[in-house]
Unconditional design. Structure first.
Lengths: 521, 401
């Protein structure tokens, strides 16, 4: 007779890993099921030749200083998982190459004519001062925004512990600025603070980390993210994010939890209108009392349930919500050093326009001159063998943009997209990349679909549009879950995508699950 | 000081109601269960492909080509398209043992669209799978394979426009696929194939290669014959081995070129030394994996005092078994010989599909098969296909599916 687990976690993405580790640590008998052969989903790595690539991570905002751990470190500290962190004390460089008709253009240090080229420093004051240098008159509004974000973190820690929407609303009413931020867009917020438009563009550069442009992204959440990066810089795991996932894997095992890889849940078994077990790889059945699901709801409903077992509200929710952006990424192992290439920054955002809405609009085509280029050697100098470096290029897409591509055209299409992204970087930085490519891998939405099993291959979950933004999701979290013993976690939940957000969703799902056992329910 | 006073805090209240209204007014039906990203992912990377043998071509010298087509009765409707150079992992059960082998696809990508893969299999001395396939696969035999896999492909953003392809024996198979892809217009590079065979009568795919050269001016073939040639040297042949001198003779003089290699381990050992003298950049030399590694004790860094046999306690999902095996076999081979299926693709360390947790004990991994991730060393993860036990082991292996 198979074991009846206290909790079965479906999917070992960041959310599922954090959920399983916290449940196991709390003494619940825990089974984590993953369809792939390694943990992490996005948080992984892959080897090509003499290079090991980071597949998804740009930078972790939650890596603090000695004695002042950031939020991500705390996630690992809470479960006694050990990762070697490497600190990065930069935020981003933004380059907007000059277009015809642009005024106020100049030739940057790379010899490229640009309308914007700025490296933004860490620290609220330093960041605001730099912004003011580029766009005079923006210091006060920038500092005011950081002042707001500092205050709102207090509200967050409260909301994590409260599930009752009425109590939550009561507390929020005491914080009118938080309510203002939560109910207005990034653009509205910055307008109200009187930030000049050009400064707003620079200020909004990180929109793409959540996939929502300034006119659709709530001011509160954007500030929460920007604050985390600007406060104390970012960090990376020393051994790619595979290290983070294996560190959590270890905690689960050490605390008596089971992890089964290559074990895809193919069906949720229902009993008395509630999940009671799962079927694995179409054969084996395992039973459990409570469930945490790291599969995107749209696919979970389609793939794991009979339609008559799904609460109507869940189907309505799935149809009402928008699928977020998807990514195109190119991984390059270079046979020259970053100095030889002429790269001086970890993160360079290259955009066809300074306005995030224009950037977002451009993303609806594959060939759009929007590209982020990361060079991990800037943060971890010896992350590749001597005399080499690695580059990571990220572009965005939105919608079902693959619809006209057939399997036989796919390889050529991938090469075209990668070529376009590489050339965007070559032009904006006035450097030569192509002759030095020793290893290359290209990931388009089908690649993400394969590894993450998400609609349209999005790593971002549902679009964090104003109406479906973080605070409404948080207030309604309890009501949004489908069964009283089944909770979703991952990028589709409250805080959307990002490692920290996904870990948070797993911790929260675990906390609720543990509470249910303690409460004897 | 700038503030938000001009924004209405009360706007927050109706936001929640708006969300609810949007949900309420949506349809209570399943959301789309697929999209083109998923369609492509599934078409290109099916978990398994169920095929059957449609035709067998005997090529002599213990070598046969098997034409494989989709077996609709077992659920495979069409074949996954692939880039020339990829391999299929074949799953077989021989005397109760589940075993796998990777074989390069010798047919063209275009053939797969027309419903056919060809695997060309030559008898390997002492080879269990090749013997079994050559003896048992006939027209109608059901065959189970993986999705096309591997990284031995032409990549225009990385490789030179001109490629010297070095093949030995049955290592010709991916190059037959690539040459056909060039002729079909699916790949765009100039191929000069230096193909090592023992003698003129011994050349696999001789007629197909002649045909390809005739059809497409981007393909050149030189047969490098190791046996002494009696009488007049046939046109398009060289006598001897694939040496640096020979490569230089056929390589472009004033432009960069790539070298692709596919053949047995002995060929790599020889040719890699020759290539060193040419001073090519690493990016321009690409090897196909040479298959399973044997005889770890022959390696200079192999430790002494290794027992002849060890026991392995293996947990797969909720089942734990203890088996014994020879330290001359990889962990994967030991498990398979004991009737335990292990997830396997490349069997050469590279693909990482067999990634497993080593809970206790020590293993030896030949240096040139180290493709593990850095964190794998910290957290004691191994690739069983190229890990050889040095002591009794306790391991946790994902289920083979």
């Amino acid at each position: 007779m198979a074991k009846n687990y206290d909790v079965i976690v479906i999917g070992a993405g960041n959310g599922g890993l954090a959920a399983a580790a916290n449940c196991a640590k709390a003494g619940l008998s825990t089974l984590l099921l993953e369809k792939h052969n390694i943990p992490g989903g996005s948080a992984s790595s892959f080897v090509r030749g003499r290079f090991e690539f980071e597949p998804s991570l740009h930078e972790l905002a939650g890596i603090g200083e000695e004695g002042d751990p950031g939020m991500i470190e705390e996630v690992f500290d809470r479960i006694d998982a050990h990762v070697d962190w490497v600190k990065d004390n930069s935020t981003f460089r933004l380059i907007v190459p000059a277009k015809e008709g642009d005024k106020d253009t100049f030739v940057n240090e790379n010899g490229v004519e640009v309308s914007v080229d700025v490296r933004m420093p860490v620290g609220f004051h330093e960041f605001s001062k730099k912004l003011d240098e580029i766009v005079p008159g923006s210091y006060d509004s920038s500092m005011a925004a950081f002042d707001l974000s500092t205050r709102m973190f207090k509200a967050f820690s409260y909301m994590d512990e409260e599930l009752d929407p009425i109590k939550m609303m009561g507390v929020l009413k005491e914080m009118p600025d938080i309510m203002r931020m939560a109910s207005h867009t990034l653009q509205e917020g910055l307008d109200a603070l009187g930030m000049p438009k050009k400064a707003q563009g620079i200020f909004s550069t990180y929109w793409c980390y959540m996939g929502v442009p300034a006119s659709r992204f709530d001011f509160l959440y954007y500030m929460c993210m920007l604050h985390s990066y600007v406060r104390a810089g970012a960090g990376m795991p020393l051994r790619r994010s595979h290290e983070m996932s294996l560190a959590i894997d270890k905690v689960i095992r050490e605390n008596g939890g089971d992890i089964w890889y290559n074990s895809e849940v193919t069906k949720v078994i229902m009993k008395d209108g509630k999940p009671a077990g799962v079927q694995i790889n179409g054969e084996k059945e395992v039973y459990g009392k409570r469930f945490i699901c790291n599969v995107a709801p749209n696919f979970a409903w389609n793939d794991l349930f009979n339609v008559e077992d799904i609460p109507a509200k869940q189907l309505k929710m799935a149809n009402a919500r928008n699928i977020a952006c998807a990514l195109t990424t190119v991984y390059l192992g270079m046979n020259v050093t970053k100095e030889e290439l002429g790269i001086k920054d970890y993160s360079v955002f290259i955009a066809p326009d300074i306005n995030s809405d224009e950037q977002f609009k451009a993303a609806q085509d594959y060939f759009h001159n929007y590209c982020i280029i990361n060079c991990l050697n800037e943060v971890i100098p010896d992350c590749t063998p001597e005399g080499t470096c690695q580059l990571f290029l990220t572009g965005m897409t939105f919608g079902d943009v693959m619809k006209n591509i057939e399997p036989k055209d796919y390889k050529k299409f991938k090469i075209r997209v990668a070529n376009d992204m590489i050339e965007t970087c070559e032009k904006a930085l006035n450097i030569s990349i192509k002759p030095y490519i020793e290893e290359i891998e290209i990931a388009l939405p089908p690649t993400f679909s394969r590894y993450l099993n998400t609609p349209q291959g999005t790593p971002y979950g549902y679009m964090l549009d104003m109406w479906d933004s973080m605070i409404p999701r948080t207030i309604q979290f309890g009501k949004d879950q489908p069964f009283d013993n089944f909770i979703f976690c991952g990028a589709t939940q409250e805080r959307g995508d990002g490692y920290g957000c996904a870990y948070h969703s797993g911790e929260k799902a675990a906390a609720l699950t543990i509470k249910a056992f303690k409460g004897g329910k | 000081m700038a503030d938000l006073k001009s924004l209405k805090a009360t706007k927050f209240i109706p936001m929640l109601a708006d969300r609810q209204k949007r949900f309420d007014s949506s349809a209570a039906m399943l959301p789309p269960g697929s999209d083109q990203a998923r369609v492509l992912a599934r078409a290109l990377h099916p978990k398994r492909q169920y095929l059957k043998v449609a035709n067998v071509i005997d090529r002599g010298q213990d070598c046969k080509s098997f034409e494989l087509v989709a077996d609709e009765t077992r659920g495979t409707k069409s074949l996954a398209y692939f880039g020339a150079g990829k391999y299929l992992t074949v799953f077989e059960t021989i005397d109760g043992m589940s075993i796998t082998r990777a074989y390069s696809i010798s047919s063209s990508p275009k053939d797969s669209l027309e419903g056919k893969y060809v695997l060309t299999i030559k008898l390997v001395e002492g080879g269990l799978m090749s013997r079994y396939i050559l003896d048992n696969w006939t027209v109608g035999t059901p065959v189970e394979v993986s999705a096309p896999s591997g990284n031995f492909e032409y990549q225009p953003l990385r490789d030179a426009k001109k490629v010297i392809c070095l093949a030995g024996g049955s290592g010709i198979t991916p190059f037959i696929s690539m040459a056909n892809a060039i002729a079909d217009g699916d790949e765009d590079f100039e191929m000069t194939l230096l193909y090592g065979s023992r003698n003129y009568d011994n050349i696999l795919f001789k007629d197909e290669l002649d045909e390809l050269v005739k059809k497409c001016d981007k393909i050149k073939v030189v047969h490098v014959l190791s046996d002494k040639i009696e009488g007049k040297k046939p046109k398009g042949t060289e006598q001897g081995f694939i040496t640096a001198k020979l490569i230089k003779k056929y390589a472009p003089k004033d432009e960069e070129y790539s070298v692709f290699l596919c053949g047995p381990q002995q060929m790599y050992a020889f040719v890699d030394k020759e290539l060193e003298t040419l001073g090519l950049k690493k990016k321009f030399i690409r090897h196909e994996m040479f298959g399973e590694f044997h005889n770890p004790a022959s390696q200079p860094d192999y430790p002494s005092d290794v027992p002849e046999t060890v026991s392995i306690t293996v947990t797969i999902q909720d089942e734990t078994k203890t088996v014994t095996g020879s330290t001359g076999d990889s962990v994967m081979q030991i498990l398979e010989k004991n009737g335990i299926s292990v997830p396997a693709r490349c069997r050469s360390g590279e693909c990482g599909f067999c990634h497993s947790h080593l809970l206790a004990g020590k293993v030896y991994v030949p240096k040139n098969l180290e493709y593990r991730r850095m964190a794998d060393y910290v957290f004691d993860c191994i690739h069983p296909c190229c890990s050889f036990p040095l002591t009794d082991l306790k391991i946790n292996v994902p289920v083979a599916k």
